[in-house]
Design a protein around this ligand. Structure first.
Ligand code: ZN
Length: 255
C-alpha cells in the first residue's frame, strides 16, 4: 500500500520523558518499513520492537488451507512486539508492513531492560497493551457478526487513522485477504460504498471522500475501538483537522 504521509513521531515514544526516550533510541535512526515486508513470523523469537512513525503494520494469523486473516493494525499510536510486555519473547502472529514508511526499531534486550528498571515506562506500555487486546477482541466479534460492507468501512477508517492520509493504495485481492472474505464480496462492498459517495476507488487507489458518512456506514466496532483508545490512552479528538474531528490522536499519557 502506498500512502501519502505526514511526518510526525510515534505517540508512545513522544509521550515518554526525554531521558527514557534517549535510552531507547539514542544513536539510532528510524528504519524504513517496506510495503509487504514481514517483520515477524508466528512462532519466531522477537528480536526487535517497532514503533511506527509514518508507516503501519498488519497483524495476521495464518489459517491453514484458507490463507490468512488480519486481526489488527499497528500504526503511529502503538508498537509491534507486545508479548515482551508480558515477559514472552515469541511472536504469536505474523506482522507485515501494509503502509510503507518509517519506524523506530529498538532491540528486545534494551526494551526488556527498560521495562525491568522503569515502572512508569512499564505502566505506560501496559496501557497500550490493554487497548491492543481490546482491539483484538473487538475484531473477533466483528469478523463473526458484521456485514462485509460495514467491516470494509471500519477497516478503511482504521487504515486512514494510521496512515494519517485520505488516500492509500490497496488491491481488492489484498482487502479480501485482510477481511477474510472472497474477492467478489469486497468488490461488491467497495462498489456500494462508492455509490454512496463515501469513497472513490480506482485500480487500487482509495480516496476517502466523506469521513462522517463512512463512520456512519461502519459497524459499531470502529466507534467502540476509538472510545477505548480515548479513555485509556488519552486521545484528544479534533486534532486531526476539520475534516475529521473524531479521529483519534491515540497519544499516550505522560507517565
Ligand atoms: Zn464490526
Amino acid at each position: 500500500m502506498k500512502i501519502v504521509r505526514t511526518r510526525a513521531d510515534n505517540s508512545l515514544l513522544a509521550a515518554l520523558p526525554a531521558v527514557t526516550r534517549r535510552r531507547l533510541t539514542a544513536g539510532r535512526a528510524p528504519v524504513e518499513l517496506l510495503v509487504h515486508e514481514v517483520l515477524s513470523q508466528a512462532g519466531e523469537r522477537i528480536r526487535h520492537v517497532y514503533f511506527p512513525i509514518d508507516g503501519f503494520i498488519s497483524l495476521i494469523t495464518p489459517v491453514k488451507g484458507r490463507g490468512q486473516l488480519e486481526i489488527g493494525l499497528v500504526g503511529r499510536e502503538g508498537m509491534l512486539g507486545v508479548p515482551l510486555l508480558l515477559g514472552v519473547n515469541v511472536s504469536p502472529l505474523r506482522a507485515m508492513v501494509q503502509g510503507g514508511g518509517h519506524a523506530w526499531r529498538v532491540d528486545a534486550a534494551t526494551l526488556q531492560e527498560e521495562l525491568r528498571s522503569n515502572a512508569s515506562f512499564r505502566a505506560s506500555l501496559n496501557r497500550y497493551l490493554y487497548v491492543f487486546l481490546a482491539q483484538l477482541m473487538q475484531t473477533a466479534t466483528c469478523t463473526r457478526f458484521h456485514r462485509i460492507e460495514a467491516r470494509l468501512a471500519r477497516w478503511l477508517l482504521m487504515t486512514r487513522d494510521r496512515a494519517h492520509a485520505d488516500q492509500f493504495h490497496v488491491t481488492h485481492e489484498f482487502l479480501a485477504l485482510m477481511l477474510g472474505v472472497r474477492r467478489v464480496g469486497v468488490t461488491r462492498a467497495a462498489t456500494a460504498l462508492q455509490r454512496r459517495k463515501l469513497i472513490r476507488y480506482r485500480r487500487g487507489d482509495i480516496s476517502v471522500v466523506d469521513v462522517r458518512g463512512l463512520e456512519r456506514a461502519a459497524c459499531a466496532c470502529y466507534a467502540i475501538d476509538r472510545k477505548i483508545y480515548a479513555r485509556i490512552l488519552g486521545a484528544r479528538g479534533g486534532q486531526q483537522g476539520a475534516t475529521n474531528s473524531a479521529a483519534p490522536s491515540l497519544a499516550a499519557e505522560n507517565p
